[in-house]
Structures are given as C-alpha cells and as structure tokens.
Ligand binder design. Structure first.
Ligand code: C5P
Length: 206
C-alpha cells in the first residue's frame, strides 16, 4: 500500500532536510523533485532543448554535485516555467508518490498538482533573510564563493518566478500544515513534521 508525504515551500526553507529526516524515520523513499528540474536546467545550459532533456533524463544524472550550483538553480526555475517540461516529469513523480512502502516528495507543487491526495501535506517556509543566510552558509561550506546580498537577490528572483508562473506555481495547498522555520530549529521542525505524519500513519494507512 502507498502513503505520500508532500512537502512544498520556497528555496532554502528547510524542506529537503525535513523530507530526508521524515523518510529516514518512517523508512519511506525520498524524492527531491527539484533535482529533476535542475537536471533539465543543466542540460539546457549545455544547449539542449529542455523538453527533450526532460523526456530523456536518466536517474544517475540526479547525483551530480553540479546540480547544486546557483547557475543550475536559476536555469531550473526557467525550464520549470515551461508547461511541457512539467508535464514530461509528472508521471515519474506520480508513480514515485504511489510506490509501495511510502514516499516523501519535496518540491513546489507536490501537494497541489503531483499528489493532491497526499496523506500528509506540509508547507515549509521562512523569512527571505533567514533562507538566504542558510543558502549562503551552505554555498561557502561547499567552497562556492558568494556575497550574501547576491544570494538574497537570487533567491527572491527565483521565488518570484516560481510563485508567478502560470502552471503549477509555488503555493500552499489549502489542507497543508504550515511550518515556519524562521525561528524554529531544524530539530524542532523535523519533530513537528514527524508528529504530523504519525497522526495519519497511526491510522493504518500504509
Ligand atoms: O528545490 P530546488 O531549489 O532544487 O528547485 C529548483 C527549481 O526547480 C525551483 O526554483 C523551481 O523552479 C523548480 N521546481 C519546481 N517544482 C518542483 C521542484 C522544483 O518547479 N516540484
């Protein structure tokens, strides 16, 4: 039987960390759906047609560390605004969401478009400054030089594009639990997420 946890939110809000922790806690599979768009964005940067890239993605491409760079993030949000690209990536995500044994997917449209019937929906957010601070620290840790102001501006531009696009814009599903991590430690946020899943999981849905 399947059980889907949908975790959406803007960039660097903590949804990836929460998704991985929830998946590990319950033994569910995890899909970072942003990697799909990043992989397509990367191929677009290399000159490939984004739709053809989306139709021919290979799983091993998702492991490449280059997908974590700001340039690829930017390219990802551009290809993510193309309806045919989103459509080409939909079946894979829906199948993942319904795999046996439970799944956690994080992204922008999981609770609204990919898996609107998800058993648990979370919308993870935080202030722009806090998210930019986290992303800045993460980049420096990985040896990528960046100015805080540039990280903040990039993040705001990417969020605006994600919120304002016509198809599957970043939005909180009406029935999603809001988790604001601006003043919440990552441990506290993870605990809240686990409690939300336990409330449904305890009802024997898997
Ligand atoms: O989550 P991440 O920052 O890796 O996502 C990169 C970009 O991919 C986002 O800015 C967004 O444009 C796009 N994306 C999306 N829908 C998803 C996941 C990511 O449009 N479900």
């Amino acid at each position: 039987m399947s059980f889907c946890v949908a975790i959406d939110g803007p960039a660097a809000a903590g949804k990836g960390t929460i998704a991985r922790a929830v998946a590990a806690h319950f033994g569910f599979a995890h899909l970072d759906s942003g990697l799909l768009y990043r992989a397509v964005g990367r191929r677009a940067l290399q000159g490939e047609n984004p739709l053809e890239a989306a139709r021919s993605l290979r799983p091993e491409e998702l492991d490449d560390p280059v997908l974590r760079t700001p340039e690829v993030a930017e390219a990802a949000s551009r290809v993510a605004a193309m309806p045919e690209v989103r459509k080409a990536l939909t079946d894979f995500q829906r199948a993942f969401a319904r795999r046996a044994g439970g799944a956690v997917l994080d992204g922008r449209d999981i609770g609204t478009v990919i898996c609107p019937e998800a058993e648990v929906k979370l919308f993870v957010t935080a202030s722009d400054e806090v998210r930019a601070r986290r992303r800045h620290a993460e980049l420096l840790e990985r040896g990528i030089e960046a100015e805080f102001e540039d990280v903040l501006a990039d993040l705001r531009a990417r969020d605006a594009r994600d919120r304002e696009r016509a198809v599957a814009p970043l939005a909180k599903a009406d029935d999603a639990l809001l988790l604001d991590t601006t003043e919440l430690s990552i441990e506290a946020a993870v605990n809240e997420a686990i409690r939300a899943v336990e409330r449904r999981y305890g009802q024997g849905r898997v």
